[in-house]
Ligand binder design. Structure first.
Ligand SMILES: [Zn+2]
Length: 171
Protein backbone atom coordinates (compact mmCIF):
# COMPACT_ATOMS: atom_id res chain seq x y z
CA UNK A 1 0.00 0.00 0.00
CA UNK A 2 1.44 3.34 -0.97
CA UNK A 3 1.46 6.42 1.18
CA UNK A 4 -0.80 8.26 -1.22
CA UNK A 5 -4.37 7.23 -0.23
CA UNK A 6 -3.68 8.18 3.40
CA UNK A 7 -2.44 11.61 2.50
CA UNK A 8 -5.46 12.19 0.27
CA UNK A 9 -7.80 10.76 2.89
CA UNK A 10 -6.62 12.90 5.80
CA UNK A 11 -6.43 16.07 3.68
CA UNK A 12 -10.02 15.75 2.48
CA UNK A 13 -12.75 17.83 4.11
CA UNK A 14 -15.04 15.33 5.86
CA UNK A 15 -16.20 14.59 9.39
CA UNK A 16 -13.56 12.66 11.33
CA UNK A 17 -15.80 9.59 11.74
CA UNK A 18 -16.10 9.28 7.94
CA UNK A 19 -12.35 9.51 7.46
CA UNK A 20 -11.84 6.90 10.14
CA UNK A 21 -14.34 4.58 8.44
CA UNK A 22 -12.58 4.97 5.08
CA UNK A 23 -9.21 4.42 6.74
CA UNK A 24 -10.46 1.11 8.12
CA UNK A 25 -12.07 0.26 4.78
CA UNK A 26 -8.87 0.79 2.83
CA UNK A 27 -7.07 -1.40 5.37
CA UNK A 28 -9.84 -4.06 5.06
CA UNK A 29 -10.64 -3.69 8.75
CA UNK A 30 -14.39 -3.07 8.59
CA UNK A 31 -16.95 -5.41 10.12
CA UNK A 32 -18.10 -6.75 6.79
CA UNK A 33 -18.89 -10.45 6.32
CA UNK A 34 -15.32 -11.46 5.46
CA UNK A 35 -13.95 -10.03 8.74
CA UNK A 36 -16.75 -11.59 10.78
CA UNK A 37 -16.16 -14.95 9.10
CA UNK A 38 -12.43 -14.77 9.90
CA UNK A 39 -13.35 -14.30 13.54
CA UNK A 40 -15.92 -17.12 13.28
CA UNK A 41 -18.75 -14.74 14.08
CA UNK A 42 -22.22 -14.74 12.57
CA UNK A 43 -22.13 -13.08 9.20
CA UNK A 44 -24.40 -12.61 6.20
CA UNK A 45 -23.82 -15.17 3.43
CA UNK A 46 -23.98 -12.52 0.79
CA UNK A 47 -23.63 -8.77 0.43
CA UNK A 48 -26.62 -7.09 2.15
CA UNK A 49 -27.01 -4.68 -0.77
CA UNK A 50 -26.94 -6.88 -3.88
CA UNK A 51 -27.54 -10.33 -2.32
CA UNK A 52 -25.42 -11.73 -5.14
CA UNK A 53 -21.81 -11.91 -4.05
CA UNK A 54 -19.84 -12.49 -0.90
CA UNK A 55 -19.29 -9.32 1.00
CA UNK A 56 -16.05 -7.61 1.75
CA UNK A 57 -15.58 -3.90 2.02
CA UNK A 58 -13.92 -3.54 -1.40
CA UNK A 59 -16.96 -5.24 -2.94
CA UNK A 60 -19.32 -3.07 -0.94
CA UNK A 61 -17.74 0.24 -1.88
CA UNK A 62 -16.67 -0.15 -5.49
CA UNK A 63 -17.71 -3.48 -7.03
CA UNK A 64 -21.27 -4.09 -5.78
CA UNK A 65 -23.86 -3.45 -8.48
CA UNK A 66 -25.99 -1.36 -6.07
CA UNK A 67 -23.00 0.75 -5.02
CA UNK A 68 -21.94 1.27 -8.61
CA UNK A 69 -25.42 2.49 -9.44
CA UNK A 70 -25.14 5.05 -6.65
CA UNK A 71 -21.66 6.19 -7.74
CA UNK A 72 -22.89 6.64 -11.29
CA UNK A 73 -25.95 8.62 -10.19
CA UNK A 74 -23.94 10.85 -7.87
CA UNK A 75 -21.05 11.49 -10.25
CA UNK A 76 -23.20 11.73 -13.35
CA UNK A 77 -25.34 14.43 -11.74
CA UNK A 78 -22.12 16.50 -11.69
CA UNK A 79 -21.24 15.49 -15.26
CA UNK A 80 -18.55 13.19 -13.89
CA UNK A 81 -20.18 9.91 -14.89
CA UNK A 82 -16.94 8.80 -16.57
CA UNK A 83 -15.26 8.72 -13.14
CA UNK A 84 -17.74 6.16 -11.70
CA UNK A 85 -16.40 2.65 -10.90
CA UNK A 86 -16.50 0.15 -13.76
CA UNK A 87 -17.20 -3.51 -13.62
CA UNK A 88 -14.51 -5.31 -11.59
CA UNK A 89 -12.55 -2.58 -9.93
CA UNK A 90 -9.74 -4.05 -7.84
CA UNK A 91 -10.29 -1.99 -4.75
CA UNK A 92 -11.84 1.20 -3.52
CA UNK A 93 -8.45 2.92 -3.11
CA UNK A 94 -7.38 1.96 -6.62
CA UNK A 95 -10.65 3.19 -8.12
CA UNK A 96 -10.42 6.44 -6.14
CA UNK A 97 -6.92 7.11 -7.47
CA UNK A 98 -7.97 6.42 -11.07
CA UNK A 99 -11.23 8.35 -10.90
CA UNK A 100 -9.44 11.55 -9.86
CA UNK A 101 -7.51 11.53 -13.11
CA UNK A 102 -10.83 12.17 -14.85
CA UNK A 103 -11.59 15.22 -12.70
CA UNK A 104 -10.31 18.77 -13.32
CA UNK A 105 -7.57 19.73 -10.89
CA UNK A 106 -9.65 22.57 -9.44
CA UNK A 107 -12.47 20.21 -8.55
CA UNK A 108 -10.46 17.38 -7.02
CA UNK A 109 -10.73 18.48 -3.40
CA UNK A 110 -14.49 18.82 -3.67
CA UNK A 111 -14.79 15.49 -5.44
CA UNK A 112 -12.69 13.85 -2.72
CA UNK A 113 -15.20 15.08 -0.14
CA UNK A 114 -18.06 13.82 -2.28
CA UNK A 115 -16.41 10.41 -2.58
CA UNK A 116 -16.00 10.13 1.20
CA UNK A 117 -19.57 11.31 1.67
CA UNK A 118 -20.97 8.76 -0.79
CA UNK A 119 -18.92 5.89 0.64
CA UNK A 120 -20.17 6.84 4.10
CA UNK A 121 -23.80 6.77 2.92
CA UNK A 122 -23.30 3.37 1.25
CA UNK A 123 -21.86 2.02 4.50
CA UNK A 124 -24.71 3.42 6.61
CA UNK A 125 -27.30 1.97 4.25
CA UNK A 126 -25.51 -1.38 4.32
CA UNK A 127 -25.76 -1.35 8.12
CA UNK A 128 -29.45 -0.42 8.00
CA UNK A 129 -30.04 -3.38 5.63
CA UNK A 130 -27.92 -5.79 7.68
CA UNK A 131 -29.22 -4.85 11.13
CA UNK A 132 -32.58 -3.11 10.75
CA UNK A 133 -34.16 -5.07 7.94
CA UNK A 134 -34.26 -2.08 5.57
CA UNK A 135 -34.63 -3.03 1.89
CA UNK A 136 -31.55 -2.23 -0.15
CA UNK A 137 -32.13 0.65 -2.54
CA UNK A 138 -29.75 2.72 -4.64
CA UNK A 139 -32.43 5.45 -4.76
CA UNK A 140 -32.50 5.64 -0.95
CA UNK A 141 -28.72 5.95 -0.81
CA UNK A 142 -28.78 8.68 -3.46
CA UNK A 143 -31.39 10.54 -1.43
CA UNK A 144 -29.19 10.24 1.68
CA UNK A 145 -26.18 11.50 -0.27
CA UNK A 146 -28.12 14.63 -1.16
CA UNK A 147 -29.23 15.18 2.45
CA UNK A 148 -25.72 14.65 3.74
CA UNK A 149 -24.34 16.99 1.06
CA UNK A 150 -26.56 19.77 2.42
CA UNK A 151 -25.33 19.15 5.95
CA UNK A 152 -21.64 19.07 4.99
CA UNK A 153 -22.01 22.30 3.03
CA UNK A 154 -23.68 23.96 6.01
CA UNK A 155 -20.82 22.71 8.17
CA UNK A 156 -18.31 24.49 5.92
CA UNK A 157 -17.32 22.13 3.10
CA UNK A 158 -16.62 24.94 0.61
CA UNK A 159 -14.97 22.91 -2.15
CA UNK A 160 -17.74 20.36 -1.93
CA UNK A 161 -20.28 23.13 -2.34
CA UNK A 162 -18.49 24.38 -5.47
CA UNK A 163 -18.39 20.90 -6.98
CA UNK A 164 -22.13 20.51 -6.26
CA UNK A 165 -22.76 23.83 -8.04
CA UNK A 166 -23.71 25.48 -4.75
CA UNK A 167 -26.65 23.20 -4.11
CA UNK A 168 -27.98 22.58 -7.62
CA UNK A 169 -26.90 19.02 -6.99
CA UNK A 170 -29.63 18.94 -4.34
CA UNK A 171 -32.49 19.60 -6.72
ZN1 LIG B 1 -23.10 -6.27 -3.26
Amino acid sequence: MTFEPWRRLWKTWAPQKCKFFLWLAIKNRCWTADGLARRRLDHPDRCPLCDQEEEDVQHLLSICVVARKVWFQVLNSLNLGAAAPRNRERSFAEWWRKSLQKVDKDNRKGVNSLILLTAWCIWRHRNACAFEGVSPSAATIFHEVKNEYGLWCMAGAKKLEVVGHGGRFLS
